[in-house]
Ligand binder design. Structure first.
Ligand SMILES: *[C@@H]1O[C@H](CO)[C@@H](O)[C@H](O)[C@H]1NC(C)=O
Ligand SMILES: *[C@@H]1O[C@H](CO)[C@@H](O)[C@H](O)[C@H]1NC(C)=O
Ligand SMILES: *[C@@H]1O[C@H](CO)[C@@H](O)[C@H](O)[C@H]1NC(C)=O
Ligand SMILES: *[C@@H]1O[C@H](CO)[C@@H](O)[C@H](O)[C@H]1NC(C)=O
Length: 606
């Protein structure tokens, strides 16, 4: 405890030093989109350590003050603005109190004030005298987030560099609230109640340095016009945007990050030149809107493009063609069909490594996928066939997720995977395969084929997979005699084997030495012979719950030598005698079933 607070003290001291000596610009919540009233981490920068050696001239009770003019009254339950502040106060921390009223008189004496933090108080528009702030000719940082303001102050001083009004109930901004501030760099207005009518015609007139504008979570229907051309971050998510007026982004040649997600934008609300002048744009988020086509005229510099959760049905051949730097393309949760993706849609996207297309309506792997893709998420579609050449261009693919499609074994070409020599992870779960595909890449490290209808693992299907660490085959219909003998033995790197919820009647006898976790729960295993785990000295977990084991059919010796064993889950023993004695199993019917299974095994290994 003591050490922690000492460390905190030192950190704060260091920050205070930086503040005073380096004039480090402060950008609270620059990354922090949602405004949490309790979020104090950044704001603590202004706190002044109680441990500092100070002899302030005047310092209100409950506050702490430094020689450098920093006064800290944060979180001391103040109801009123402190009255005895020194005229030399430069940094005033009043956040997390219950202040309701701020008058011109309160502020008039504080001519040196540079930073005023009133975050998380109870200030209302009525309680904030309109001329209050104009007297503060040095004011650079003003923090008023988490108050109860309904309209913004009419005038803020021209010296302002950063203003935070997030999480109030603002409905109106005035021309001189943020206008005519040549040094203004960042404005935070998210979580308010702003509508288009509440904004002045030219909100940042004469404030040409603005770089960061956060207006997310308001009620805007149009993107504001006349934004300063220095802007590099513009957040407008969670509004009601329907339209991006023509040319509204044209002057924003410095913009790098544009958030437009969770709005009502449709293709009709923009045109083919809406984004075309944003030459520095790297990050564009249009997810959760009402687009039906990938928009035209996307800027060349894009690295990350979010288009998920729209209504996108097609990708034209020339929509993405300019985006040569694109690395991530997120198209999941749309209505894409394979044939409505133009064959040249991804042409030339040489940097694109991550493509998410899950939750669409693809019937086939789309043609012309980006050649350098590393991660391809195609799960939850309707893919029912993979032809010989569908994956042939994807030389660099390391992760392929085809789970929850409609693949059946006869429609999965046995040479379909032949070129995927770098593939490490393959997921085919949730399809309708009845046999483990042949011709899977030897490079695989993780293979998931759970939730299918597998009844067989044909000879050689796992041959040469010396890197395979995990194989998940749970929830299938596998029996021991339908798995070729020696299948597991050759998997020299295998640590996890999941065969739970199948129809196995015995513990497999050919387990590899590397095995650490063996999942066999919910099968039909009735005995565990003493030799079952002789070949697996490294095993850490064995799961045998929900089988047909009885106390006498499990040999205690089976586990004795397993020095690494941490979990042995035998759980439920369906045959066990309620008295707990080691008597023979009682149910006549079940005994018969058991015999049938043993016969099957006999056939398989005969
Ligand atoms: C912008 O400010 C200039 C003065 O710098 C003024 O002449 C002009 O009328 C203002 N425009 C708007 C739309 O407020
Ligand atoms: C946008 O579309 C119009 C016609 O609809 C066309 O004249 C113009 O050249 C297009 N601009 C671009 C950049 O494709
Ligand atoms: C989505 O866009 C279509 C036109 O593309 C329009 O008919 C529909 O009303 C829009 N839906 C919403 C919720 O705005
Ligand atoms: C495939 O995607 C699903 C859903 O996101 C995920 O649960 C699964 O782990 C993925 N498969 C692999 C092998 O990563």
């Amino acid at each position: 405890m003591a050490r922690t607070s000492l460390l905190q003290g030192l950190t704060v001291l260091l920050l205070a030093w930086a503040l005073v000596h380096c004039q480090a610009p402060l950008e609270p919540q620059e990354e922090e989109e949602e405004d949490d009233p309790m979020e104090e981490t950044e704001i603590e920068t202004f706190l002044v350590p109680a441990v500092a050696k100070v002899e302030p001239v005047v310092c209100p009770g409950e506050c702490s003050c430094t020689e450098e003019g920093a006064v800290d009254c944060a979180g001391v339950d103040l109801m009123d603005f402190p009255s005895e502040l020194s005229e030399s106060t430069r940094i005033l921390s009043l956040q997390n109190n219950r202040i309701e009223l701020l008058t011109v008189e309160d502020l008039a004496r504080l001519q040196q004030l540079e930073t005023l933090n009133l975050q998380n108080n109870r200030l209302t528009t009525q309680g904030l005298e309109d001329e209050g702030f104009t007297v503060l000719e040095q004011l650079t940082y003003l923090y008023l987030a988490n108050n109860k303001l309904t309209t913004a102050p009419r005038h803020l001083p021209p010296s302002l560099v950063s203003a935070d009004f997030a999480a109030n109930s603002l409905t109106k901004i005035y021309p001189y609230t943020f206008g005519q501030k040549p040094g203004l760099k960042s404005v935070y207005l998210h979580n308010n109640k702003l509508t288009d009518a509440g904004l002045p015609e030219n909100m940042f007139n004469g404030s040409d340095s603005l770089e960061v504008l956060i207006m997310s979570s308001n009620f805007l229907r149009y993107v504001p016009r006349n934004l300063p051309s220095a802007l590099y971050r513009l957040h407008l998510k969670n509004n009601m945007l329907e339209k991006i007026p023509s040319g509204v982004f044209d002057s924003l040649t410095q913009l790098r990050e544009l958030y437009l997600q969770n709005n009502l934008l449709s293709n009709e609300g923009m045109d083919n030149e809406t984004f075309s002048q944003l030459t520095k744009l790297e990050y564009l988020d249009l997810s959760n809107n009402n687009l039906s086509v990938v928009p035209q005229g996307l800027p060349r510099g894009l690295i990350l493009l979010h288009l998920e959760k729209n209504n996108i049905r097609s990708i034209p051949g020339d929509a993405l063609i300019a985006c040569r730097n694109l690395e991530y393309l997120l198209l999941h949760n749309n209505q894409l069909r394979s044939r409505s993706i133009h064959q040249a849609a991804f042409h030339g996207l040489k940097k694109l490594h991550t493509l998410h297309m899950y939750n669409n309506q693809l019937e086939r792997v789309p043609r012309g996928l980006p050649r350098r893709a590393k991660t391809l998420m195609l799960l939850h579609n309707g893919i029912n066939e993979i032809g010989r050449n569908d994956l042939v261009m994807l030389y660099t693919l390391t992760e392929l997720n085809l789970s929850y499609n409609r693949l059946i074994s006869p429609k999965l070409h046995r040479e379909a995977f032949r070129k995927l020599r770098l593939l490490e992870t393959l997921d085919l779960s949730g399809n309708a395969l009845h046999s483990l595909p042949l011709g899977l890449p030897r490079s695989l490290q993780v293979l998931r084929v759970k939730d299918n209808q597998l009844t067989s693992i044909p000879e050689g299907a796992l041959q040469g997979m010396s890197k395979l660490r995990e194989i998940h085959l749970n929830h299938n219909q596998l029996k021991l005699n339908s798995i070729y003998q020696g299948a597991w033995m050759e998997l020299r790197a295998l640590t996890t084997l999941d065969l739970s919820s199948n129809q196995l009647s015995h513990v497999p006898s050919d387990l590899p030495e590397s095995l650490e976790y063996l999942y066999l729960q919910s099968n039909r295993i009735s005995t565990v012979p003493a030799t079952a785990f002789e070949g697996t000295p490294n095993i850490k977990g064995i799961f045998l719950r929900f089988n047909r084991l009885s106390a006498h059919s499990v040999k205690e010796n089976s586990f004795k030598h397993l020095t690494n064993l941490r979990v042995l889950d035998i759980g439920h023993m369906s045959h066990s005698d309620p008295s707990g004695s080691l008597g023979p199993p009682s149910g006549q019917e079940e005994e018969e079933e058991e015999e049938i299974e043993i016969e099957e095994v006999g056939e398989g290994f005969a």
